[in-house]
Design a protein. Structure first.
Length: 176
């Protein structure tokens, strides 16, 4: 029989209340609006190990553009630490944040930040470590740039995605 009292105890004496954290996200300014199947998806792949200024800028722009922020995994292997770090990062802004290692595989993300603009109605395929998203269903850019810079790049370099990129740029208050 395992001895529960012999299990390691958390280092912190004040545990993160995940339920309260979730209520805070929902009650801040409403639930984040995620695009439906009939809308294009703008995904920003990030890591909590990125510089604070870059993360803050991307969180702000993602909130205004209604883009989704994606993490590969947990910070230090801990859900409470990850949740606390995300809460500290986003503050009162309403932004969708998800942990999805399969999306990193789906779009062959090798570095962060990376930006993906996926076509409306594009398939969400399951992956098994291989690139699964069809290249004509999305456009991608990577590098330490702002979200509006990546969207303007999509407009110039991928005419098939120019209209969708323009919609997100308009939410950021920028016209191209």
């Amino acid at each position: 029989m395992p001895r529960v009292d012999a299990l390691p105890m958390p280092a912190t004496q004040t545990p993160v209340d995940l339920e309260a954290l979730a209520r805070g996200f929902a009650g801040a300014t409403g639930s984040p609006k995620l695009p439906g199947a009939d809308e294009p998806r703008l995904i920003v792949f990030i890591s909590l190990s990125m510089p604070e200024d870059a993360l803050s800028r991307l969180v702000d722009q993602a909130a205004r553009a209604r883009a989704q922020l994606l993490l590969r995994g947990l910070s230090e292997g801990s859900l409470p630490r990850t949740a606390a770090r995300i809460q500290q990062l986003i503050g009162t802004r309403t932004v969708a944040v998800q942990i999805d290692p399969r999306a990193f595989d789906r779009y062959a993300i090798q570095r962060v930040p990376s930006f993906v603009l996926a076509r409306a109605g594009g398939p969400e395929m399951a992956c098994s470590g291989e690139l699964c998203a069809r290249s004509d269903d999305h456009v991608m850019a990577a590098g330490d740039v702002s979200l509006d810079y990546a969207l303007a790049h999509f407009q110039r370099s991928a005419p098939a995605f120019a209209k969708d990129a323009g919609r997100f740029l308009a939410r950021l208050g920028r016209r191209e």
